[in-house]
Design a protein around this ligand. Structure first.
Ligand code: CA
Length: 168
């Protein structure tokens, strides 16, 4: 087994859930401060230092345990959200900035991107197709070296580049 394959199997990452805010926030069109924005996150979501608001979403950084994508996906859904869609550079930067600010010290964080259904057809956990924004790391996401790597994490220790890994 190659070193990169081995490291793929020991990667332990965490999940990032997001939730849609209540409509009053979206309708306001105002840039609300963190505290006001957080108050509009679903009441079921625990208010901790790991809950952040960005644009119209509440992000729950679930970093207290490590697991594989399948479990992270289930966990996020059970919390009423889904694994995060990183649809543009701004969201990517928000996630990286937040990880830095909360002292994240793991390899990376699972995001919703996967090609489990059809090889090389990348979709988000929401079912949306991968758009024009991509942030693949070197030799990642191509399906050539490791076609069974169907789930993607944002690898913090590689400047946040995306790496595909086994889902479970
Ligand atoms: Ca694949």
């Amino acid at each position: 087994m190659s070193a990169s394959c081995l490291s793929n199997h020991i990667i332990l990452a965490s999940c990032l859930t997001n939730h849609t805010m209540s409509s009053s926030y979206r309708a306001s069109g105002l840039l609300l401060g963190d505290v006001a924005a957080l108050s509009r996150c679903p009441v079921t979501v625990l208010r901790t230092q790991f809950l952040k608001a960005y644009r119209e979403k509440c992000f729950e950084f679930v970093i207290d345990h490590e697991t594989y994508w399948d479990n992270a996906d289930k966990d996020c859904r059970s919390r009423g959200g889904h694994l995060e869609t990183v649809g543009d550079q701004e969201t990517q930067a928000f996630v990286m900035d937040t990880l830095r600010s909360i002292g994240f010290n793991k390899h990376g964080l699972w995001i919703g991107l996967n090609d489990r259904e059809h090889e090389q057809h990348w979709v988000w956990a929401t079912g949306e197709n991968l758009g024009s924004y991509r942030n693949w790391g070197d030799k990642q996401g191509n399906g050539i070296t490791h076609p069974t790597d169907d789930c993607v994490h944002l690898r913090y220790i590689d400047s946040g580049h995306w790496h595909d890994s086994p889902c479970h």
